[in-house]
Design a protein around this ligand. Structure first.
Ligand SMILES: [Fe+2]
Length: 201
C-alpha cells in the first residue's frame, strides 16, 4: 500500500441475483463505499502526521489508533470487492466438475462436497465475519478460514479464491438473523465460478 494512494470504489453489475434482493445490494454497496472512503481518510490523516518525516511525540496515540483501524478498513474494502466480484447474475449453482475450482477442491479436500461442507459450516459459525477459501501459493492447496470482523484470521500471503460475507447486513433485509443458512444457499446459487477459478494460480 501507499499512504498517498487514493482508492476508488468499484461498481458491480449484480441486480437480479437469486435470493439476494437489489435492496440488499444497494445498501451493501453503500457500506462498501464507506470502507473505501475510510481507507482513504485514514491514509490522508496518517500522511499528515508524518509529513515532516518524523512523528511528533504528542501525536503517537492518535497515530497508533489510526494504524490499528487500517486493517479493519482496508480488509473491509478489499473483502467486499472479492465478494461482489465472485457473484454473477444467472448463476448456475454448484461448481461443475470440470471447472478448475472443483478440481482444486477435490485435490485438497477429497471432493467438492467435502470442501463445500467445510466452507458452509465456516459461514454458519456464530459471530460477525466472513468465510474464505484461500489458496496457498507455495503448494496450490485450498483451505477454508473464518475471518472475524474483516481483519482477524486472514492468512498472510495466501490468495483469496472464494469470499462470502456473513455479516448480518449481507442478508438481514431478505432473511431473519437465524436464517443465515438460507442466505448461504442463495449465495451459492449466485457464485461466478469462472471468476473464482480465475483466481487460482
Ligand atoms: Fe458486507
Amino acid at each position: 500500500m501507499g499512504i498517498k494512494t487514493t482508492y476508488k470504489a468499484k461498481s458491480f453489475d449484480l441486480s437480479g441475483l437469486s435470493g439476494i434482493s437489489d435492496e440488499t445490494l444497494a445498501m451493501h454497496f453503500k457500506l462498501y463505499e464507506g470502507y473505501v472512503t475510510n481507507t482513504n481518510t485514514l491514509n490522508e490523516k496518517i500522511a499528515e502526521l508524518i509529513k515532516g518525516g518524523e512523528l511528533d511525540a504528542t501525536k503517537t496515540a492518535a497515530y497508533s489508533e489510526m494504524k490499528r483501524r487500517l486493517g479493519f478498513e482496508y480488509n473491509g474494502m478489499v473483502l467486499h470487492e472479492y465478494y461482489f466480484e465472485n457473484m454473477m447474475k444467472q448463476g448456475t449453482g454448484d461448481a461443475k466438475k470440470d471447472t478448475a475450482f472443483a478440481k482444486a477442491a477435490e485435490k485438497s479436500f477429497g471432493s467438492y462436497e467435502v470442501w463445500k461442507a467445510d466452507f458452509v459450516a465456516t459461514g454458519k459459525m456464530r459471530g460477525v465475519g466472513w468465510a474464505a477459501t484461500y489458496q496457498d501459493p507455495s503448494n496450490g492447496e485450498l483451505s477454508n478460514h473464518w475471518i472475524n470482523l474483516h481483519e482477524t484470521g486472514n492468512v498472510a500471503g495466501y490468495t483469496p479464491v472464494l469470499i462470502m460475507d456473513v455479516w448480518e447486513h449481507a442478508f438481514i433485509k431478505d432473511y431473519a438473523p437465524a436464517d443465515r443458512p438460507k442466505y448461504i444457499e442463495a449465495f451459492f446459487s449466485n457464485i461466478d465460478w469462472s471468476a473464482v477459478s480465475g483466481r487460482l494460480a
